[in-house]
Design a protein around this ligand. Structure first.
Ligand SMILES: [Zn+2]
Length: 199
């Protein structure tokens, strides 16, 4: 397993708790107790020539459901999403001048069949639309994607544009971003209207 630039600094980052969003950011990959549909987390770190991007998203935002894909239609949806996630440069737009190329990536999700976490949810459970909402009793599943890029001209890497990501996965309404770059660390709440991140 590669060394994760991101693993330590974020544990110390006060920004993560500055907001009221109780995001349960345990960093356990795969299945979570709770998360907020429509909201994803993105960690972006540039160190030397290496750019790392880590996405943690409710599967709902990416494929529209969180149960294991058993029907052919669901399997196709998951395969299509996976194919998109395997081309991160079409989701996270980097300045061409930076010359970044993908060197490593890892996708993980219970929906990809790489977790033992199974539950029977093919029937439509009726959702209680209580205003206070967040007491789901069904299980949630995340889709996580970790990428590592090598950039020939990291000085030219001033921005990361998430516009294409929002277009490809329109159920994503907000991405809580942590950026680490030459100018230090910062937290950004990105939305489709505010999709351009600046280091
Ligand atoms: Zn969920």
């Amino acid at each position: 397993m590669r060394r994760l630039l991101l693993a330590l600094p974020f544990a110390l980052l006060p920004l993560a708790v500055a907001h009221a969003h109780d995001h349960d950011h345990d960093h356990e990959h795969g299945s979570l107790g709770k998360h907020e549909h429509g909201v994803a987390t993105l960690n972006v770190a540039l160190e030397g020539n290496t750019l790392e991007i880590e996405l943690e998203s409710p599967a709902m935002n990416i494929v529209g459901f969180e149960h294991a894909a058993t029907s052919d239609a669901d399997k196709k949806t998951v395969a299509a999403a996976r194919a998109k996630l395997e081309k991160p440069l079409a989701l996270f737009s980097l300045p061409a001048a930076a010359g970044c190329s993908l060197t490593e990536h890892e996708l993980s999700s219970p929906l990809f069949g790489d977790a033992e976490d199974k539950h029977d949810h093919d029937h439509d459970h009726d959702h209680d639309e209580h205003a206070d909402g967040h007491d789901h009793d069904h299980e949630h599943s995340d889709i996580d994607a970790d990428y590592s890029f090598t950039c020939k001209q990291p000085d030219a890497l001033k921005t990361v544009d998430l516009t294409a990501f929002y277009k490809q996965f329109p159920a994503t309404q907000k991405i809580n971003v942590q950026l680490i770059g030459p100018n230090g660390q910062k937290g950004v709440e990105s939305t489709p209207a505010n999709a351009r991140l600046t280091f």
